[in-house]
Design a protein around this ligand. Sequence first.
Ligand code: DVN
Length: 276
Amino acid sequence: MEHDVPVRGLEKRRTRRCLVLSVVAVLILIIIVAVVLGLTLTRGSNKLKPVFLDRCQKFKDSNCEEIWDAFQQAYVNRDPCQVPMERYDPLIAVASFKPSCNRMMFWSKTKDVVHDFTEKRDCFVTLEDTLLGSVLNGLTWCGKQGSSETLTTGCPGWTDCDNNPVRSFWNRISARFADVACGDVTAMLNGSIITPFSPTSIFASIEVKRLNSTRVRNLNVVLVTQENAVTNCTNGSLKNLQKELDEGIKYNCKEVSESQLKDCSSHPEKPCGACW
Ligand code: DVN
């Protein structure tokens, strides 16, 4: 005989089941939101380290994890506009710069032409060819207060604030690069602008000031010109460069056309000194 289950009992069970299903649905929703949020927030931090380590490992005998740790302590958990260049001192301490006497190439407003030239001929070393200059070349990063993450989006731009992580990094390693410069030093400057030696550039504001005559013998300026050359070695800003140089460092300047550099780049068999 069938037992008549009271209608009320059925309704109670149905209500209870609906309640349980609603709670489960809300819990699943919370989990999904937490996972998406977690992935979004940590997305940036997972992006930089693998690139950094991959590039670093190209430099044999480098302790890349140690270098990464020293690097990120400069900006992690800090306001991204409160990262002065000195924050990278511990990084400089663990990532030694091997001086390359007579081969060091500085540059200003000539990024593409200088690297096109140095990549094709093994005559000169730019900062971007060193371990620290190459692991972060072309990248952006920052931290933020209250977080241990390395972010690669939403960071201040080069000119948004002076003490941002990227600009302070390049200022600090540029200073170190100049500190270890030795022998005959070369600087590739832009003859297509009216101020090839711009006082606000890193080359002028940091590097030239740190070239020391106890180590550096000559500064050879290569002024890259094009058909529509705007200036030459008599340029006023180059006179300022000479005044800024540490006494005892000999200065000379040579106008070299971009086409001549390109021709030299395509003949890597030519001796190093034959390009100008
Ligand atoms: O000697 C070189 C090298 O050693 C380097 O470390 O410093 C010297 C080059 O710096 P510089 O003299 O300031 O020369 P530039 O051409 O004015 O600037 C060099 C780079 O800094 C630029 O190529 C910019 O990098 P990017 O964006 O092309 O990868 C960057 N930079 C300078 N001023 C900037 C800027 N980026 C954005 N906004 C600006 N106002």
